[in-house]
Design a protein around this ligand. Structure first.
Ligand code: AMP
Ligand code: AMP
Length: 330
């Protein structure tokens, strides 16, 4: 039955993981790739079809061609970066996930309310410059991959950096000193259970390289890769609790369907073993690419390699079996 459906995504970010997982679960697979990258995606035998475009802005025209193919689109980190939030919302092909969550994810104010109302510990935010307690980090709205952030330790520097934003929106946040830990969750609306499938820490340049330099350099937070990490087992129950609170609150705040499928809480852990959640990503994150063959956490739940990409396909397969596909597509 699965082979009547084609799982499709845009060629970048975590497309390989998603399509490999889809093939492992018996689906046909399709990638929409830049023409210059077609030869790259041809290397992988689990991709059945490649649709080439000169630019991802051609997506709406491609959609029309795919409408009869029984395609299910899996969004990932590039969707908003390349198609914009409106482009995501306007997508007419069946889309895995709840698009209503997008509004809460990309508005930093709404996202903060969601997390706080869920009872999650978040860094303090300073609305008024005179209240600022240093160090702080200034973050632009909708930043991709940590670009455009500044760490600031005094008032003079704060005034200078704020001018650089030139009227663009930003937030000033308490800077949390600790270890970053990105927790990869999957919430199944079919079984109503939450799973932690893996975790990573990001490698960011140059903040993660400063220990190698004997003089002062301003840190930057542009992500260049990800490395694996396992959490002290005594902290794992709290990691589950945080995920459950966020899902439950989304069902009250966003829509009864709420947040489902893959999501990530981006945390920083202090020496007191306190989690601070700095951001939520309501989709598959690139750090899951470390675990295409499974992870220590996925291995505890499944007796087979289970990546986040494959878990998405498994959910779709189960929904087809139970005749509930409509409930997980938007
Ligand atoms: P790319 O496919 O590299 O062009 O990235 C598409 C989007 O995903 C951009 O917004 C990137 O910042 C984001 N992205 C790519 N790789 C990662 C990563 N390893 N961690 C976090 N974000 C990423
Ligand atoms: P984000 O775009 O919110 O995922 O943040 C990108 C990176 O900026 C994180 O991985 C952290 O290294 C850093 N960062 C963001 N917010 C904070 C914060 N409040 N305290 C410390 N570091 C932060």
């Amino acid at each position: 039955m699965n082979n009547q459906y084609t799982i499709a995504t845009i060629g970048s970010h975590s497309a390989l993981q998603i399509l490999k997982g889809a093939k492992d679960e018996g689906f046909k697979t399709l990638v929409i790739a830049l023409n210059k990258q077609i030869s790259f995606y041809k290397r992988y035998s689990f991709i059945d079809e490649i649709v080439g475009v000169d630019s991802f802005s051609e997506f709406p025209e491609i959609e029309e061609k795919l409408i009869d193919k029984n395609v299910i689109v899996i969004p990932h980190g590039s969707f908003v970066a390349y198609l914009g939030m409106e482009g995501n919302k306007k997508m007419t092909l069946p889309y895995f996930g709840n698009k209503k969550v997008l509004d809460f994810e990309f508005d930093r104010v709404k996202q903060g309310e969601w997390l706080k109302e869920a009872g999650i510990n978040t860094p303090k935010e300073f609305k008024n410059i005179k209240d600022v307690e240093f160090p702080v980090i200034i973050k632009s709205f909708g930043a991709a991959g940590g670009k455009g952030y500044f760490l600031i330790n005094n008032k003079q520097d704060l005034d200078k950096k704020i001018k650089l934003f030139n009227g663009k929106q930003f937030v000033i946040q308490q800077y949390i000193v600790g270890v970053s830990l990105y927790i990869h969750y999957f919430y199944s609306p079919l079984t109503k259970t939450l799973e932690i499938l893996s975790m990573d820490r990001r490698y960011e340049t140059n903040v993660d390289a400063l220990g190698r330099i004997p003089f002062n350099v301003d840190p930057s937070y542009v992500v260049v890769g990800n490395s694996p990490l396992v959490l002290r087992e005594s902290m794992l129950p709290e990691a589950y609790e945080m995920g459950e609170k966020v899902v439950k609150k989304s069902q009250e705040l966003i829509s009864s369907q709420g947040l489902f499928g893959p999501f990530c809480l981006e945390t920083i852990i202090t020496p007191e073993q306190k989690f601070y959640v700095i951001e939520i990503s309501a989709r598959i994150v690139a750090g899951t690419n470390l675990f295409i063959e499974g992870s220590p956490y996925a291995d505890l739940l499944y007796n087979e390699p289970m990546s986040t990409g494959r878990r998405i396909a498994r959910e779709i397969k189960n929904a087809i079996k139970e005749n509930k596909l409509k409930e997980i597509l938007d």
